[in-house]
Design a protein around this ligand. Structure first.
Ligand code: G3P
Ligand code: MG
Length: 246
């Protein structure tokens, strides 16, 4: 009941917006992805202290901005003042951490598909899954292609399912566990998204023959991407948008 056939998303997704060619999870990254002809991207989304969905991978802002501290302790106004580009080079100075709303505007204007990885701060899994799904459903309500919601957190995906059942969901695993099917069925998920280094062809066949899609992260060598696609993998998430892809 939860299958999507044929898989509607592009084969290649730019990891964190634009891979490693620009500061991760910024609009500069998305612009870079668009410049390289990418028609899909993945990004990490969590909640500010005041409940706004925005892009950030880590639990703290330390590594990827000029600020310090836990993301869940900062309001969106505080986050918006931080520089999330300068650490990747002077050319990116002043680039902010974008809201999900501003990324939606970019994707909708460019006709770009988005995989929203719900990346909750610890302890905020349910709240984050619900809030991101609610915002995404509203932002993409008139879009031709729904955003794909994914997460390593079962709690976040359960909350997303309850909040916006019509948005497609993918379960993220490092290594796909033997009970993958029960997890997907419970979540009403349409795809598995996993670390390509932990995947073999037999597992791809098993998942695909059950009618689900398979996505792989983070594939940076052309020979790996081609092997995975030959196995039947539906989508590849890459940092090397200059080496692989459309
Ligand atoms: O969504 C796939 C991939 O992004 C998961 O790993 O740590 O890069 O968010 P990570
Ligand atoms: Mg991610």
């Amino acid at each position: 009941p939860h299958r999507i056939r044929p898989w509607p998303y592009p084969e290649y997704l730019a990891h964190r917006g634009g891979g490693t060619l620009a500061p991760e999870n910024t609009l500069a990254a998305f612009r870079e992805g668009t410049r390289y002809g990418y028609r899909a991207a993945e990004c990490d989304v969590k909640l500010s202290a005041d409940g706004v969905s925005f892009l950030l991978h880590d639990d703290t802002v330390d590594r990827t901005s000029n600020g310090t501290g836990e993301a869940k302790a900062l309001t969106m106004a505080q986050i918006a003042r931080l520089d999330a580009g300068r650490w990747r080079g002077a050319a990116f100075a002043g680039e902010p951490m974008p809201t999900l709303a501003s990324v939606a505007a970019h994707c909708l204007a460019q006709g770009m598909a988005l995989n929203i990885e719900i990346k909750p701060c610890p302890g905020r899994e349910t709240e984050t899954g619900a809030a991101v799904a609610r915002e995404a459903a509203a932002l993409w309500q008139h879009a031709a292609m729904a955003p794909l919601l994914s997460s390593f957190s079962v709690e976040a995906l359960r909350a997303a399912r309850d909040e916006a059942p019509g948005l497609p969901r993918a379960m993220l695993f490092e290594r796909v566990p033997d009970d993958w099917r029960a997890v997907l069925e419970e979540l009403g998920a349409v795809a598995v998204h996993c670390d390509h280094r932990e995947l073999d062809e037999a597992r791809v066949r098993e998942i695909k023959s059950a009618g689900y899609a398979v996505m792989c992260y983070t594939v940076n060598r052309r020979e790996d991407a081609e092997r995975l696609l030959a196995w039947g993998v539906d989508a590849i998430c890459t940092d090397r948008i200059d080496q692989l892809g459309p």
